[in-house]
Design a protein around this ligand. Structure first.
Ligand code: HEM
Length: 260
């Protein structure tokens, strides 16, 4: 049996895999958030960033494959560990009482994880694969391009995408669940790696709460700014003026009446 098989067969090994893959995904979530927050800079910033990523396959594809591997390892270790835990206590708890240190987040990790997975699938169809039927704007995001260089207009895509209230609401709920999952996951990651003791436990708990709150606020700031504060409206109006009011860019049509 090789080392990798040995690690996978032991439950401690699987806990390590779950913690390290979770840490990798957390780094992605923070990096993705920082990149996306350029939405609050002039539109060229996020458009340039998106174009750079898309036109640099030597960064994009290793990152995509790495992320896919992390997701796969995290899910596989979560499912097998949860199966092993159930098998270790086939009778369930003697009373209906919940385990002492089990918070709501810890008891619903598998459930919140599955909803997050469903959200990611939707999000990929929405903003990466650009499936028209799932954006509910009645237009294809592929047709959104920047008037000055003809490249894809990611800024306009985000404004249009979040102008649909129920899409924004779904994002907000899913990101809420993601942060609920993160709050518990981050704290238990330190425990699995053997880095939590009675001195560090309160600091780790505070870090986990603060980090998940900041991630939540950072991500929801984008749909909220479009939906509530009509962020991007000015850009759409300028775009309209640039093209002489002819309505070449579908984004203009969607935004004419503000958020839907
Ligand atoms: C308000 C919230 C979010 C916004 C505005 C946003 C924005 C975007 C955009 C614009 C893209 C497409 C990049 C491109 O193909 O040019 C993208 C891709 C992606 N997003 Fe998000 N995102 C958000 C939340 C999330 C969250 C919470 C996760 C993960 C938990 C996530 C995971 C991904 C992944 C995996 C990709 C695919 C990257 C690729 O391979 O191209 N996103 N996101």
């Amino acid at each position: 049996m090789n080392l990798l098989q040995q690690i996978w067969r032991s439950s401690l090994g699987k806990k390590y895999i779950m913690a390290l893959s979770g840490a990798g995904m957390f780094l992605f979530v923070v990096g993705h958030l920082l990149g996306n927050l350029q939405f609050f800079l002039p539109p060229e910033a996020i458009n340039r960033y998106g174009h750079f990523l898309k036109s640099t396959p030597e960064i994009l594809w290793p990152a995509r494959l790495g992320l896919l591997a992390l997701v796969g390892l995290h899910i596989a270790s979560a499912i097998t560990l949860s199966g092993q835990n159930k098998a270790a206590r086939p009778q369930g708890y003697a009373s209906k009482a919940k385990p002492l240190d089990a918070t709501l987040a810890s008891r619903t990790m598998l459930f919140s994880g599955l909803i997050i997975l469903a959200f990611i699938v939707y999000h990929l169809l929405h903003f990466t694969v650009l499936v028209e039927q799932v954006n509910f704007t009645g237009l294809s995001f592929e047709e959104l391009y920047q008037p000055n260089n003809g490249e894809m207009d990611i800024y306009a895509m985000m404004v249009c995408g979040f102008s649909v209230w129920y899409v924004s609401l779904f994002y907000i709920v899913a990101i809420g669940l993601l942060c609920f999952h993160l709050g518990h996951g981050l704290a238990s990651m330190f425990q699995s790696l053997g880095l939590r003791n009675h001195v560090w436990a309160p600091r780790i708990a505070a870090f986990a709460r603060l980090a998940s709150l900041l991630v939540f606020l950072g991500y929801i700031s984008m749909p909220v700014s479009v939906l509530v504060f009509h962020h991007g409206q000015e850009y759409a109006n300028r775009l309209k003026a640039d093209i002489g009011g002819g309505g070449r860019t579908p984004a203009v049509k969607v935004l004419k009446g503000g958020a839907k």
